[in-house]
Design a protein around this ligand. Structure first.
Ligand code: FE2
Length: 489
């Protein structure tokens, strides 16, 4: 990535390679506490083959957890089994801690840490510290001059834990106009004057710590004018990254009618961090103008633990609430589908038809290519973040379908649906996305399998959309060229 001549602060504090941060909420803690019980329900189901017996057998070994947090009527075990309403819809879901570690170092050499949040009123102070470090141009003394004493103490902890360090960094040049594929689900849309990030994860607990190079917060300084969040799954929703940006940055989030263990009230959460422009609008509202880009908030269907026959959550508000985003600039349009797909009552195929009626064609589709179902989770919950447990408990009876035909109902678009959507909206190009991270310059793990599958489906439909293979860190420019290695050191 090109630096430009200019003032370089040789001892500017910025985030260290391998630094990983995450916030922990009350619901996160609860999900961690109940996960072993839900895991045992799955294990017992595998052994006994009967859902009701599996619940009762697992409950015997987790009695305190069941009594404290679950509803279970012995006469209607299978249908009554659920988290209690006060756990599904906690009255308050505060951030309890910010955890940090540098994953490139063993814990005995460089200790991990946790900053306890006793009072949510202090979150804007924490946000300010993260922002000042994220800018990557202020010295230790300059930061200390701008924060309160507890934040100086935290900064000292971070230096000791190799979360931040003084570094000599040249200012970075903003990327050219185009869309850039960053790690996993993060995208950066750029015009000549404006930048929009989607689902940013930087120095994140979801990052791959052993990468030779990565997209850092420092490399994005000065090129982000707004942030869009698609949904609150952990791999898309990372509060520490958001806190690294100026609190005047507009942040667009899904509108959540009632915060739950399944879906954080993202608008309330970001406001509590001190952000001033938090935007949560209805699907299909008038566009949001960000510089010279228009952002259209479109429906997000799919990726719910719902299948035909088990097609209702325990309560209607228990959804994975999300947005898909169509971004227009000049005469170019790009629709990012994130993890959307199908659910029994609605699908993105129908949304694509509505999009065509509203916008005519769409130039570009950026989408996950891997169709995922309930069965894709498998029987080992430890492979996933605890947000999976929280999502499944919006419809706990779906656990009965583990590894059954009904459990294979696709919840996110796969090659067939991606191709169909491209055909409906008349897309010129289609790009894979949100399929894990990789070294800069490398594709993600499933691209090699999924891209030919999407191409085959497009051929089957007689659709001329071109699938563009691109690697992490690549940009796809309006000239239809790839911009490679822009974010390399
Ligand atoms: Fe998701």
């Amino acid at each position: 990535m090109g630096g430009t001549p200019g003032m370089v602060n040789s001892d500017a504090i910025s985030f260290f390679r391998g630094a990983q941060l995450r916030t922990v909420t009350l619901s996160d803690r609860l999900s961690s506490v109940i996960q072993p019980f839900i895991q045992e329900v799955l294990d017992q189901l595998s052994a006994l083959g009967n859902f009701g017996q599996a619940i009762l057998s697992a409950a015997q070994n987790h009695q305190p957890i069941v009594e404290q947090f679950f509803e279970l009527n012995p006469n209607q075990v299978e249908t009554s089994f659920s988290l209690q309403p006060q756990c599904l819809f906690p009255k308050a879901n505060p951030i309890l801690a910010l955890e940090y570690r540098n994953a490139r170092y063993p814990a005995f050499l460089v200790p991990a840490g946790s900053w306890t949040i006793n009072d949510e009123a202090t979150l804007p102070d924490l946000q300010h510290l993260l922002y000042l470090c994220g800018q990557s141009k202020l010295s230790y003394d300059q930061i200390c001059d701008q924060v309160a004493a507890p934040m100086v103490a935290l900064l000292d902890h971070w230096i000791a834990s190799r979360i931040v360090k003084p570094q000599s960094l040249s200012p970075y040049t903003p990327p050219p106009a185009g869309v850039f594929r960053l790690q996993h689900a993060t995208l950066l849309y750029r015009t000549r004057t404006t930048g929009i990030l989607i689902d940013p994860h930087l120095h994140s607990s979801y990052g791959l710590p052993q990468l030779e190079q990565d997209v850092t917060r420092a490399k994005l300084e000065g090129c982000v004018d707004a942030i869009l969040i698609s949904h609150s799954h952990y791999d898309h929703w990372h509060c520490p990254t958001l806190m690294m940006f100026d609190r005047g940055t507009p942040i667009v989030v899904p509108k959540v009618p009632r915060g739950s263990i399944t879906c954080d009230d993202m608008q309330a959460r970001i406001s509590s961090l001190g952000f001033k422009q938090v935007i949560a609008v209805d699907w299909n509202s008038e566009p949001i103008q960000i510089g010279d880009m228009e952002v259209y908030v479109l429906p997000f269907y799919g990726e719910q633990p719902l299948v035909p026959g088990y097609d209702q959550p325990k309560y209607p508000e228990l959804r994975n609430w999300g947005n898909t985003y169509l971004i227009r600039y000049e005469d170019y349009s790009s629709w990012c589908l994130v993890d959307s797909g199908m659910e029994p009552a609605a699908s993105m195929i129908e949304v694509a038809q509505q999009v065509t009626q509203r916008f005519g064609s769409v130039d570009q589709i950026i989408s996950n290519f891997q169709g995922l179902s309930y069965n894709s989770i498998g029987r080992d919950l430890s492979r996933w973040g605890v947000d999976i447990v929280a999502n499944l408990l919006s419809n706990p009876q779906i656990l009965a379908l583990t590894n059954t035909e009904a459990g294979s109902y696709l919840a996110t678009v796969g090659p067939r649906e991606v191709a169909e959507i491209c055909a409906i909206v008349g897309a010129k190009s289609c790009l894979p996305y949100a399929d894990s991270g990789a070294e800069l310059g490398q594709p993600s793990i499933h691209d090699g399998i999924l891209i030919p599958q999407v191409e085959a489906e497009l051929r089957r439909l007689g659709c001329p959309t071109q699938v563009i293979p691109w690697a992490i860190g690549d940009g796809y420019l309006p000239s239809l060229q790839l911009c490679k290695h822009f974010f390399n050191d």
